[in-house]
Write a protein that binds this ligand. Sequence first.
Ligand code: GLA
Length: 704
Amino acid sequence: MSIRQIADGWALETKSTAYVFGLNSGGMLIHRYWGARLPGENDYPPAPSSAIWLSFNGPGQLAREEYPAWGGQSFVEPCLKATFSTGVRDVVLNFESATIGENRDGVQELRLRLSDKHYPLVVDLFYRAHEEYDLIERWAVVTNLGTEPILLERAWSCLWHLPLDNRYRLSHVSGRCLNEMQLHRESLAPGKKVIESRRLTTSHHAKPWFAVDRGNADEESGEVWFGTLAWSGNWKLVAETTDFGSTRIGIGVNDWDFAWRLDSKGGASSSLVLPACVAGWTEGGFGAASRALHDYVRGELLPHRPALHPVLYNSWEATYYDVDAPSQTKLATIAAGMGVELFVVDDGWFQGRKTDNAGLGDWRPDERKFPQGLGPLIQKVNALGMGFGLWVEPEMVNPDSDLYRAHPDWVIHFPTRARTEGRNQLILNCARLDVQEHLIATLDKLLSENNIAFIKWDMNRNVSEPGWPGAPGDPRELWVRYVQGLYRIWGTLRERHPTVTWQSCAGGDARADFGILRLADQIWPSDNTLADSRLAIQEGFSQFFPANVMEAWVTDAARERLSLEFRFHVSMCGALGVGCDLNKLSAEELRQAAQLIAMYKEIRPIVQLGHQYRLRSAQQSPFSAVQYVSSDCSAGVLFAFRTHIAGYDSTVTLPALFLRGLQTDWLYEVEGFSGARSGAAWMRVGLRIELKDFQSTIRRIHRV
Ligand code: GLA
């Protein structure tokens, strides 16, 4: 069993890791150990007894509490902060009980109940050990068992403690729209490093993901503790190093402008279920940390697991809003000839949509563009052998729309303030039940009346004036209830239309997280489709997302500078899509594109479902390489890219590439190199590839 009770605590053991905590002599729930799995249960250190240090620091300050609440003499970051109806703002959580059992799906779970000494507040901590993936999953549920409301001002999912050390380094990603997922590594010193989103969605700017090492890990080796929060709304991550040398990562729903009123016992709002965080430890460096998350996403999270995505064509960059049946039919015919398997009509197809200032909210085909509805186009696309996909942006409304004219009160707003528009649009308040019902009914109708295989679900602005007039609880519950509402809408549609594939897009990756991956099958990483920028974005994306969820289009961006082959090679590192204006491609380019698509189909299972190795970083070097290996290690694909290397000599010798993930004693051939060599040789001796500026290559690897 992977979760078991041991002396003075509980051990969660996976294939090669262990996470241990327990009660100390003072009855506090204390973190004990997180790292390599050890042979015996006595090998895990005991929970230290609570201490005080002079009169300035109480046990709450010194102990490494598993789920600290704000109360007593504690000045570290707590997981929970609450105000009781009496005005008391001090929470005292005591251990009450522990159960190890199976949930409804037969998954083993540990549930610990903590309860306040005086008030009817309970916190249930849930744990799962994902043995195969070497990951631990945790979340918390906060409940009011009494009759008076309790106001929560912070409710995090968990706190992850690292072994005592003072050399920690935090890796995280930051960026912005069009330049997402840039990796940063920085040393942690006493104090706090905070990353967060206050934008209603996960955000382009930072992600709820961390990797902490002792300052010495690389892609291949070194201890790394890593994790990510499954939540698509405001979140906060605090990496704190206390003045007593303890480093911990607190993560959860953002407490900024947050409030949650827990109503009396049994009511619909008497409990708050917090999002799960999945985390792990490895000594295989950042590469192994990523691969553990990739496997978990494909094996556990994704609704269609494990899905191999078709090659799609998306007409956005070809026709923008000028979408109509003839233009799309023409593109579809060319796309089918190239080997495309799914044809997606993007923005512009619905009622009143000429540009971005009208139509959002009115999700029925525009009568002038599609006089007979979408049916004839879909039939044509299907007859060409392709599935049909459609773009929607359900949470949004243009003031110039029938929906807004009918329900101006449905948007997020404060009554006395301007309704600031972003891209001429406002946000429907998905926390409202009537809005949820409306969106479910509208999209259900669209999906029932048309043979739609794929939906691209977009969200193109950040929030402003986050008001909720008439909110049933505290209006600041909007931040969480919006996301819960979105999950309900999307989840209901998924249930009703189980064969549809869904893409999460938010003007790029502003809704890229493990929460949405329970609903979406793939993610759009960036609106920046410049292949050379994309190399860096894709690499950041791969820190925690596998290649099969990464939609990647070949477009016309910088076609004068970047060859079709280079652009294809970059997109072939994920779920390949094409977004070029196909009308402008020459016969020769169409032939080349068809060849590359055919090649992609051959390597697709390895790229989308294999193990990924970042051999050389595109964020750090103009010569980069990434390799994918099939899970049985019998085949692989190597991609190498050169962008611009300054200097007169365009044929500078590039550093050797050392392959990864092969079986040392098996023989392999690598395309372009004569003779079979052992896996050990390809990995230790390496190979050299010559590339000029903005050239790329793909080399297939197979076992002989
Ligand atoms: C967003 C998306 C794009 C495209 C446009 C359409 O920007 O990220 O891919 O769908 O919206 O308006």
